[in-house]
Design a protein around this ligand. Sequence first.
Ligand code: TRP
Length: 337
Amino acid sequence: MENSNNQPKKIVYSGIQPTGIITIGNYIGAIDNWLKLQSDYNSIFGIADLHALTVRQNPAEFRARALSFFAQYLAVGIDPAKAIIYFQSHVPEHTELSWLLNCYTYVGEMTRMTQFKDKSKKNEDNINMGLLDYPVLMASDILLYQTDLVPVGIDQKQHLEITRDIATRFNNLYSPTFVVPEAYISKQGEKVYSLQDPTAKMSKSDPDPNASVAIIEDPDSIMRKFKRAVTDCEATVEIREDKPGIMNLLTIMSVMTGESMEALAERYRDGGYAKFKQAVGESVVEKFKPIREEYNRLIQDKAYLMQVAKEGADKARYLARKTVSKVKRKIGLVELK
Ligand code: TRP
């Protein structure tokens, strides 16, 4: 596909692990960006279900959650007519390229990764090979599609760097094979923090259910969580770095309504926190109402979801195969014509 200046469109790839819940933090920090990128780039979104296996999953719950994530992506507005959306496990080239790239990645590079160290500490009884190899699978996701840009959170920056290292190493050993991708780190200020600890990021797998809000959460529950949001012991709504709770609520409401934080701070300044929190909650309920309704409709329509998944996998596979054949040829594997 080409854009108006006849330049081929750049390729954007992003993946999300189907674990925890999709939160309003994911929406504001990432999804909102992708929706904007959809028209200007060739976007590819993968449900990274193979990555999620590095931690033990209950099979029935895992299957339901992966499908739910897929439906949520469609409900927020990822458009299968514009973007490719698919399950990673439906495209076997991911694991195939992963093995090949493993042979160009050093053990020392993997044991040094911060996420490996963190996750090893958290799962001492299950430090499996997948956990160590996680970044190579992620590099494969990205490199398979000759990706130019990868929109990710700052926590994924190291994974992007290793992806670039692996791509460059391969290109230098043989000849240019992979596009060396750039990270597209979302702007600070669009980050959403925990409602219970406004100095920590809102996480999709926070064990405290009051800390994060799901995009498909029911309105009563959303309102309850905002009413309980941790703020500070003053009473004025204002933009100040030392009021992280209030800043977080202002950020959220500003993204929800499109109004500036300044205008909102002005309006709610002296009305008391209770009234402000109520308004923030209502803005979230309002914004996600159509998304929740669309999700509830889609999740009932399994046939449609599977059809979209199949079409996505077919399109992804077509592109992925080209890269894998190229890689195999360069390495010197015998080709079966
Ligand atoms: N590791 C990413 C995360 O935890 C998810 C992911 C898997 C990903 N494959 C990807 C992100 C490819 C970007 C590109 O957030």
